[in-house]
Design a protein around this ligand. Structure first.
Ligand code: ADP
Ligand code: MG
Length: 338
């Protein structure tokens, strides 16, 4: 009898132990900010899933440039508007990042993005004269935040699209951590934000999409970090002359950035900054991007050039598994200029 009880106890404890290591996975996929997003969360309840999704839709409703009712659309129409604390915080953050990148990221490039038809899906090459006429209104330094009120210079309009998803990743990760989640993978349309490690305690393996085709450049191992890629082939059109025009513009020229970099990936703790830097480094090109990294060294990057070189920062190279079929030459960046 005693042996039977012991045996039952043993089975019971084995079952219990087994249950403890099973993590509930919940995942939701939806369309927001012009892309498909998937939130995969471990050990969160359904209320948390709803709250996370609501955070996304709330942000989109506030900052979308194409939603006439958004705060940003209203600001762009009237040149002056009171902002909610959420929108103000994102705008402030975006302006800081424009400054840090010395205008390679510039949220006031929007009138040009519009002229190229990228936000309306009516893509075309604008007249040279149109570009020349719109350029003087580009300049993030002219945007004024006075308390809760944002004021734009005459003719200026802003688009937070180059940082919004990264910022949202930070906000979502903070919400999940606050609610006790220690493992989550948030795919915000190519912008990846991770919380903690995988449920089994190993790092997340994130594939870096190749700019063309369905393949990837390789896999990076991350935990509690964002992985953000800006690629020339995400949104583009081919002009009558056969040239490919993509949606990342050089704010200095008003034309799609042709820096030689065709894909820029940034890995780091701060999702908003990663998003901003991915766009900015794409504009800057390999040489200036490398100089920028050497000045800061507080983020990791991966740059693919049109000549087939894949430049990688030293620390990231230690947790990057190259895809042998991607056909590039991998080169680790020197920490100092030689
Ligand atoms: P995606 O949003 O496709 O992931 P990005 O983060 O690189 O890519 O943001 C590109 C978007 O930001 C464009 O669609 C455009 O609206 C806007 N944009 C384009 N060039 C710039 C720039 N140099 N600075 C700021 N915003 C830009
Ligand atoms: Mg970006």
């Amino acid at each position: 009898m005693r042996r039977r009880i012991l045996l039952l106890l043993l089975i019971f404890s084995l079952l219990l132990g087994g249950c403890a290591s099973v993590r509930t996975e919940r995942s939701v996929t939806f369309f927001a900010m012009d892309t498909y997003m998937t939130l995969r969360i471990y050990d969160g309840d359904s209320a948390l899933m709803n709250d996370a999704q609501a955070l996304v839709t709330d942000m989109e409703r506030r900052v979308s440039v194409t939603d006439e009712g958004s705060e940003i659309a209203h600001l762009n129409r009237s040149g002056k508007a009171r902002l909610s604390p959420e929108t103000k915080a994102l705008l402030e953050r975006a302006l800081t990042l424009c400054k840090e990148t010395a205008g390679a990221l510039d949220i006031t490039v929007y009138p040009l993005v519009r002229a190229w038809g990228f936000t309306t899906n009516r893509q075309h090459v604008p007249e040279e004269e149109t570009i020349r006429a719109l350029l003087p209104a580009v300049g993030y330094a002219g945007v004024v935040l006075d308390g809760d009120t944002a004021i734009l210079p005459k003719g200026a309009a802003i688009d937070l699209g180059a940082v919004a998803k990264g910022y949202l990743g930070d906000r979502l990760a903070a919400l999940l951590r606050e609610r006790g989640v220690s493992s989550a993978l948030l795919d915000l349309g190519g912008n990846i934000q991770t919380v903690g490690k995988k449920p089994d305690g190993t790092p997340w393996h994130i594939a870096v999409r190749a700019p063309q085709g369905d393949g990837n450049l390789g896999v990076v191992d991350v935990e509690d970090e964002a992985v953000v890629t800006s690629g020339g082939y995400e949104r583009f059109f081919t002009g009558e002359d056969g040239t490919v025009y993509w949606h990342i513009l050089d704010p200095a020229t008003g034309y799609p950035a042709r820096s030689g970099v065709i894909s820029a990936t940034v890995v780091g703790k701060d999702g908003a900054r990663c998003d901003a830097l991915a766009t900015a480094l794409f504009v800057l090109g390999a040489e200036r991007a490398t100089a920028f990294w050497r000045q800061h060294k507080d983020f990791e990057m991966l740059l693919l050039t049109e000549d087939g070189e894949l430049l990688i920062t030293p620390q990231l190279s230690e947790r990057f598994t190259p895809n042998g079929e991607a056909g590039y030459r991998l080169q680790v960046i020197d920490r100092v200029k030689d």
